[in-house]
Design a protein around this ligand. Structure first.
Ligand SMILES: C[S@@+](CC[C@H](N)C(=O)[O-])C[C@H]1O[C@@H](n2cnc3c(N)ncnc32)[C@H](O)[C@@H]1O
Length: 309
């Protein structure tokens, strides 16, 4: 099972109307969806998206007895198309997103997300997509690999990791996640290895983000949410690293601005009305109990905004 992160904090903060329409952008194992559903009346409904077909099959099975749930294989980058197909633009009471990978994906060796399990270097969330992480390690040049690792992994040793990946493949193809982990570990001086954290963590994160265009998807979602929500509707997002959280925070601040005039103007001439009220002034984080019982939650940050105009 995937243990949901900040379950009640997220749902308590976005749930406003038992008769409303809700969208879960990242269905995964369905626990956030389930909590939402348990609060809906017969008139309320829920649309669940996931770009991973395995997750979609699991969700279809879990919610097969619910007539007010629709499960759609789609990236949340295409949420406007979903909303258009369902004819619900401007009618949605709540949207949730819980970014990153699920435990199902991490524990399935053949998906290639884990640096601890032997599998192909794949890392695609949507396996109908052709591009895999192996395409990076097989064919990208050293500078391109370096740029991915530094940009999406913020890894100090990106240069030596990229160099060693290219050097390794001169004599043998990098076939498995464990071979890749070893090349990464050998590229980072031992004194910089941290107890309990694999030296491959940041590089795997970087390749995963790049392969799945994760930040691009999030930016498109953030730019779509305002049109989809009704007034007083809420959007809540859980991020797991600073690159994601920065995007959410920036988008909320932009939408909550009430004046965009240059600071030197003596009076406001833009007459802009703020679109959001930021519900969580500071990001909420998991409780110490949750971090102890589910260490994967430790980097989570929850931000919530409400559409006010
Ligand atoms: C952390 S899990 C969500 C767990 C879920 N909240 C639960 O309660 O079980 C993230 C899920 O989002 C999906 N996902 C990631 N990026 C996506 C995207 N752009 N569009 C749709 N689903 C996405 C992944 O396939 C994964 O199943």
């Amino acid at each position: 099972m995937h243990t949901p992160v900040m379950l009640l904090e997220l749902i308590d903060n976005i749930f406003t109307d038992p008769d409303g329409v809700y969208i879960d952008c990242t269905g995964g194992g369905g626990s956030h969806s389930f909590e939402l559903l348990s609060r809906l009346s017969d008139k309320g409904s829920l649309i669940i998206l996931d770009k991973d077909l395995d997750a979609v099959a699991r969700l279809q099975d879990r919610f097969k007895d619910y007539s007010n749930v629709k499960i759609i294989h789609s990236s949340f980058r295409d949420i406007l198309k979903v909303v258009d197909d369902e004819n619900i633009e401007g009618d949605v009471s709540g949207i949730i997103a819980d970014f990153g990978t699920s435990a199902y994906q991490l524990k399935d060796a053949e998906r290639g997300f884990s640096f601890r399990l032997e599998g192909d270097i794949d890392m695609r969330m949507d396996r109908t997509q052709e591009f895999k992480a192996s395409d990076i390690v097989d064919s990208y040049d050293e500078h391109e690999i370096f740029k991915i690792i530094i940009k999406y992994g913020e890894e100090k040793f990106a240069r030596s990791i990229a160099r060693n990946i290219v050097k390794y493949r001169e004599s043998k193809r990098l076939d498995t996640t464990l071979e890749l982990s070893e090349v990464i570990a050998n590229s980072i001086p031992k004194k910089f290895h941290k107890y309990g954290i694999s030296p491959a963590t940041k590089t795997f994160q970087a390749f995963r983000i790049y392969v799945n265009k994760e930040l691009e998807d999030i930016e498109i979602l953030l730019s779509s949410v305002y049109r989809i929500l009704k007034v007083e509707g809420r959007f809540g997002a859980i991020s797991f690293h600073s690159l994601e959280d920065r995007l959410v925070k920036k988008s909320f601040i932009e939408h909550a601005k009430n004046c965009t005039c240059p600071p030197l103007l003596p009076m406001c001439i833009c007459n802009r009305v703020p679109e959001y009220r930021i519900v969580t002034r500071k990001a909420l984080v998991p409780s110490p109990v949750e971090v102890t019982t589910n260490p994967l939650s430790r980097s989570a940050k929850l931000r919530v905004a409400e559409k006010i105009n």
